[in-house]
Design a protein around this ligand. Sequence first.
Ligand code: ZN
Length: 349
Amino acid sequence: LLCCILPVDHYAITSEQINLTVQAACWEIVQSFKKLGEVARLFFYVAGFRGDWKALKQVFNFDRYADRDEVCWKCSATKGLRDVAYAFTDTRECARFWEDLHTQCPWKYLPAYATLPGFEISAIVPDLLHVWHLGVGRDVLGSSLAIMLSNRVFGPGSAMNKLMEATNRLRRFASSSGYSLRLKKLTKNKLNLKQRCYPELKSSGFDTFIVPADVIACLWASNHFLSIWTNAGRWLSPAEHANVKEAGEIFMQAYCALAKKAARDQVRLYKVRPKLHLLHHLVRQETRKNPHYFATWMDEDGLKKLMKVLKLSDARSADKRLLQRWLLGLPDTWKQVRAAKKHSGSGFF
Ligand SMILES: [Zn+2]
């Protein structure tokens, strides 16, 4: 485990939004890895750089980001503010931005990680947890549930009754499928059903993971590629890889068509956010690495636990205390892993 605690309140950030504190930390990490190669002859292969988009922006000094016209570090897709020809909502196979895949430099100042031997821009990968479960998935489910509520799918009666029926069905589906649901109740607030707002299912990442199988319409395609990712191993088979791409393209076209129709009807449904483009990259990725397998579920859970310890520690010794607590918990964790391996018949330990 490599754990680096940085004082967020004291970040040194330049006028061009370069986070010097993060860069200095990454520089030290890179030097340590290089030394391991030179001295101990230990060499590493980076499977992928993942994290939330904001973190990736600071680690890689991206000058393309969700708040700019040029949104993507992997290609030349834009929001279409200046030139609609490069808009990321172009779902055609021949969309212009695909011609520039991994050919342009997404930063002005070289980030520390780019000096790692063998580094490639394609190694910076959108994270499925942040892109779908905490992003596009919430929009899809929020808008779909809003349409279903207004079409009386959850019965007649008041909005509160319909939401209660929707909650009951969701609970029944979760318990029959053996999932634990963190979302206690669907409410207008949870669905962001307010005037002048886009509906969005404000749930935990794991709840967004559960719901797709229970809703309809354009959800079929998303449910299809998510199921393949969820059930496949570390690597997708060639057939699974091709299947994800097909279903992904269907989803992108269906979602953009729904968003276009909503805009034409002047209703706030199917929000188009830049993360939609990152999802497009994930379903079209060349590599057969499974994005679900490499998503940051465990990292985010780990961060939550580390934050709990940090909050209870004195700020002056927090880094030391955190590592000590982590070491204290290690023997028990290994015991549990060893017992689980023994139980499953695998003799790894
Ligand atoms: Zn792109």
